[in-house]
Design a binder for this molecule. Structure first.
Ligand code: MG
Ligand code: MG
Length: 264
């Protein structure tokens, strides 16, 4: 069942998303070779609590941290820990904030200096696919229009679209209906209407679409151990426009490696 949000509820999610954007910006300052991923997690939790909010992921179905930190071949749901980032890594930082009863959710994959052009291409194309998906997330379209836009963009480069994990409604619960897959057909799926709030989150593998779960019960990695990228925004659908509630602006301001270019 899809819970449509009132303008007042969307305003709360907007505020939640602003705290989330700033949290990402704080983490962005710390991303460099030698930083332990658990230190990123500690800073995120501290920042969220300082802003009278709660980390959505901490204890969610038993998840042990405030951030999902997923390095290289890890697709999503990696645990922060003692691993130290190094040159040539890519690292996905996924975070959720609960504020005044409502969640927001967004993710960003950072390349560290020294990544290959092939990996930068994967990141740029996945990033672009998120915005191509958002462009289809408008009242009157269907969820499949979003799914198709993402899939069509990335598959032209031979990438694998993860099937087991999808975008989702966001509200009083971190994961609500509708599911927002990153693959699908135009004109299929639930109709998009004003009041919907959902996360769009392409998870795109350089190689095979197949993924496996590690024995910890959470960490998802690519079956072929090639790298995977993940970008996510939470959006709100209005009658005349769709609003991106989360933001990567703080990340892009604070992260010193200016890596972005349009898809090639
Ligand atoms: Mg999500
Ligand atoms: Mg997320």
């Amino acid at each position: 069942m899809i819970h449509l949000k009132t303008p007042e509820e969307i305003q709360i999610i907007r505020e939640s998303a602003q705290i989330l954007a700033q949290t990402h910006g704080e983490v962005a300052r710390m991303i460099k070779p030698g930083v332990k991923t658990k230190d990123l997690d500690r800073r995120a939790e501290e920042f969220i609590r300082d802003h009278h909010a709660e980390p959505s992921f901490l204890h969610y179905n038993g998840f042990p941290a405030s951030l999902c930190i997923s390095v290289n071949e890890v697709v999503v749901h990696g645990f922060p820990g003692t691993y130290e980032l190094k040159e040539g890594d890519i690292v996905s930082v996924d975070c959720g904030v609960k504020y005044n009863g409502f969640h927001s959710d967004s993710a960003y994959t950072y390349p560290l200096e020294g990544v290959t052009q092939e990996v930068l291409d994967l990141l740029n194309r996945t990033y672009d696919s998120l915005y191509l998906g958002i462009a289809q997330a408008k009242a009157g379209n269907r969820i499949g229009d979003i799914s198709h836009a993402i899939q069509a963009h990335v598959e032209q480069f031979g990438y694998g679209v993860v099937r087991e994990l999808v975008g989702h409604g966001v509200g009083r619960n971190l994961h609500e209906d509708p599911e927002v897959p990153n693959y699908g057909k135009r004109g299929k799926g639930p109709k998009i209407v004003a009041g919907m709030v959902f996360a769009i989150e392409p998870m795109i593998n350089m190689g095979t679409q197949r993924v496996v779960q590690e024995k910890d019960g959470w960490t998802i990695r690519t079956n072929d151990r090639k790298p995977s990228a993940h970008f996510e925004h939470t959006v709100a659908v209005h009658e005349e426009r769709t609003e991106v509630l989360t933001s990567h602006e703080e990340i892009e301001r604070n992260y010193t490696y200016k890596w972005r270019s349009k898809s090639r």
